[in-house]
Design a protein around this ligand. Structure first.
Ligand code: DSN
Length: 416
């Protein structure tokens, strides 16, 4: 693989090779990243990228769609089966476009949306002022409780009663605990709001049945396909049958033009993999690893936001270690450990500095790492944070990390 690219475009070849080495030699702890299978990569790199297929299977605006129709129909059927959903649209290019489609399928610009504050774990597309969501809708946010760092449903209910949002967006990019979907549905019904849930982070765990599914409660569910779900980068919308026409029409022609048929074929492969029993074992290990890593960090004196995790991620509050999230991210990177700085609830630091880092286990679990490996990883993290200003020590840690990673090879498409 890549022989032709090497000849045709050396610069791009080298950038891919650099990324391959980074993915092989470093510890990938970004909670939203993963390693896809070889089969997913093959579908993604296929000639389906050459095909225009505006419309939906059987109703396209282009000829020659008979084979891409097969791929899209399979993707839809598998997504519905995997999440027990009445309707699936596999065309969204990303989680954010899926969210745009979800909002515009149900409400109009100017309507009120309630979402979780970004600095308490929400997402840009749940109402950030610079995002389309914050520009087109009136946004009301909820915060987590200051003491428990959990969603405060009583408080949320008061806000819903006062603000009467037309739509409640429930979901997060950094909330490690269980969402009470049933309780939110009750509020939505009582105050006549639509319920959209964004499960981008939890999708793989939900598909495997080890995190509660909102599918029976929500009018529309959105997700990405590349996080815990371990597929290609992209989006997916699930909905009740009654919203199928609205969702499909809003996505195309409302929001997007031609679907990315190579990505849709790769999503189908990913859903097929997620329907296999091995996927449940993988997700159980993701959760076990996250709990083990969090408990090792806690034993080393780090405070875990909300005290633990029920999913694939958790946040470390670094204030007691006298290091900011930004400094920790940088030191860890030098030590061969990739994380992202992240605000913690009620963070005294601004978003580009932060007091925390977010840590996730989907990628390292795909590599085959288990609970005992979490002990090593916790030590690497602690050593790097303690030596954040010591370049020699950070270099030594990165060599140890590289040797550790060599025990868990990934598929890269490169021979060496
Ligand atoms: N940016 C993603 C994350 O890292 O959680 C969410 O879209």
């Amino acid at each position: 693989m890549y022989e032709e690219l090497k000849k045709a475009d050396k610069e791009i070849y080298e950038s891919i090779r650099g990324e391959v080495l980074r993915q092989q030699n470093k510890l990938e702890l970004i909670a939203s990243e993963n390693y896809t299978s070889k089969a997913v990569l093959e579908a993604l790199g296929s000639v389906l990228t050459n095909k225009y297929a505006e419309g939906y299977p059987g109703k396209r605006y282009y000829g020659g769609c008979e084979y891409v129709d097969i791929a899209e129909r399979i993707a839809i059927d598998r997504a519905k089966k995997l999440f027990k959903a009445e309707h699936a649209n596999v065309q969204p290019h990303s989680g954010t476009t899926a969210n745009i489609t979800a909002y515009l399928s149900l409400i109009n610009p100017g309507d009120t949306v309630l979402g979780l504050n970004l600095s308490h774990g929400g997402h840009l597309s749940h109402g950030h002022p610079l995002n389309f969501s914050g520009r087109y809708f009136k946004i009301v946010t909820i915060n987590v409780n200051k003491d428990t760092e959990l969603i405060d449903y009583d408080e949320m209910e008061k806000i819903v009663e006062k603000e009467r949002p037309r739509l409640i967006m429930a979901g997060a990019s950094n909330y490690s605990r269980i969402w009470d979907w049933a309780r939110i549905k009750k509020m939505a019904d009582q105050w006549k709001a639509f319920l959209v849930t964004d499960i981008a982070h939890y999708a793989g765990l939900i598909a495997a049945g080890i995190y509660p599914s909102p599918v029976e409660y929500a009018d529309i569910v959105t997700t990405t396909t590349h996080k815990t779900l371990r597929g290609p980068r992209g989006g997916l919308i699930l909905s009740k049958a009654s919203y199928s026409k609205a969702v499909d029409r809003t996505n195309f022609p409302g929001n997007q033009g031609g679907p990315l048929m190579h990505a849709i074929a790769a999503k189908a492969v990913c859903f097929g993999e997620a329907l296999k029993p091995e996927f449940v074992n993988y997700q159980k290990q993701v959760l076990s690893n996250a709990r083990k890593l969090a408990s090792c960090m806690s034993d080393m004196g780090y405070r875990i936001v909300s005290g633990g995790t029920d999913c694939h991620l958790f946040s470390l509050d670094l204030r007691s270690k006298n290091v900011t999230g930004k400094e920790a991210e940088k030191a860890l990177d030098k030590a061969g450990i990739t994380v992202n700085k992240n605000t913690i609830p009620y963070d005294p630091q601004p978003p580009l500095i932060t007091s925390g880092i977010r840590v996730g286990t989907p990628a390292i679990t795909t590599r085959g790492m288990k609970e005992k490996d979490m002990e090593n990883i916790a030590s690497f993290i602690d050593e790097a944070i303690k030596n954040q200003k010591n370049e020699t020590a950070l270099k030594e840690i990165s060599s140890k990390v590289e040797r550790f990673c060599a025990q868990f090879p990934i598929y890269t498409g490169f021979e060496n």
